[in-house]
Design a protein around this ligand. Structure first.
Ligand SMILES: NC(=O)c1ccc[n+]([C@@H]2O[C@H](COP(=O)([O-])OP(=O)(O)OC[C@H]3O[C@@H](n4cnc5c(N)ncnc54)[C@H](O)[C@@H]3O)[C@@H](O)[C@H]2O)c1
Length: 261
């Protein structure tokens, strides 16, 4: 056990994984607990979050599962209330929930657009709505929003709703960062590039095995990232080591955002 988050309490949304293996949220929850945080593992699929809790238990970390659909205000309010009831405070809000979507304006149905914006963007507004007053009372806190490289760069496949939702995440991050800068609350975003997590498995099913090689080739470092790369960045932003950093949109992308091919 480390102590970079000793005595801190974290809420991690989407703390399970959508498939076998370790996704960004799961890796982050495990790493936070490994560094001493007590973690509330929120997920709309409690079974997935229970698997994360088991891994934390094995390392003698402290966590609790909370079932919540973070696109719903009531669930977000209840999630924060549960965290206060359990641990008495919230130091870190890690907004990891996000779902993918392929298609442009013509291919995207209105209800799909609404769902993606709701799960990927509205959810972060809602969790902040209920967490920020608690952090304000404490006079401290760190919020980390998981965005995507798709928010600032377009790839070969159109992902209009997804890209737009993540662009909104960046704006939400910077706007709140300025508003809360004098209140001891830091708000940053992580921009993962091409990360090999369970979330991208449907791409394999849709586009074939070659897509994984193509993803690796597309990166200056010549490989996809791992969930642990995203988790390490989150750990830094969650800890007091980043105490002078707010409003940052931090790429974790092997150099992809700098590369013009
Ligand atoms: N893998 C990549 O290449 C990549 C790239 C850029 C950004 N990202 C971002 O990383 C984040 C997710 O990473 P992951 O690996 O943890 O994904 P994941 O799909 O493995 O896990 C996400 C978890 O979120 C839960 N979830 C989904 N909708 C929810 C909701 N409405 N309320 C509560 N829980 C919900 C799922 O049940 C799942 O357990 C997303 O924000 C995604 O956009 C990933």
């Amino acid at each position: 056990m480390g102590n970079r988050l000793k005595d801190k309490v974290a809420i991690v949304t989407g703390a399970g994984s959508s498939g076998e293996g370790i996704g960004n949220g799961k890796a982050t929850a495990i790493l936070f607990a490994r560094e001493g945080a007590r973690a509330l593992l929120a997920d709309c699929n409690p079974e997935a979050a229970i698997l994360t809790k088991r891994m934390i238990d094995e390392e003698e970390g402290e966590s609790e599962v909370f079932e919540a659909d973070v696109s719903r205000a009531k669930d977000c309010e209840a999630m924060v209330a549960r965290c206060i009831e359990l641990y008495g405070k919230v130091d870190i809000l890690h907004n990891n929930v996000g779902i993918g979507w392929l298609g442009g304006a013509v291919e995207t149905m209105e209800e799909d657009w609404d769902r993606i914006i709701s799960v990927n963007l509205k959810s972060m507004f809602l969790t902040c709505k209920y967490v920020l007053p608690e952090m304000e009372k404490q006079g401290s806190g760190s919020v980390i929003n998981v965005s995507s490289l798709a928010s600032i760069r377009s790839g070969p496949y159109p992902q209009l709703a997804y890209s737009s939702s993540k662009g909104g995440v960046n704006s939400l991050t910077q706007s709140l960062a300025v508003q809360y800068a004098r209140k001891g609350i830091r708000i940053n975003a992580i921009v993962p590039g091409l990360i090999d997590t369970p979330l991208v498995q449907p791409l394999k099913a849709l586009l074939g095995e070659e897509i994984m090689e193509a993803r690796a080739r597309a990166v200056p470092m010549g490989r996809q990232g791992e969930a642990w790369d995203v988790a390490m960045a989150a750990l830094f932003l969650a800890s007091d080591e980043s105490k002078y950093i707010t409003g940052a949109i931090l790429p974790v992308d092997g150099g992809l955002s700098c590369w013009v091919k």
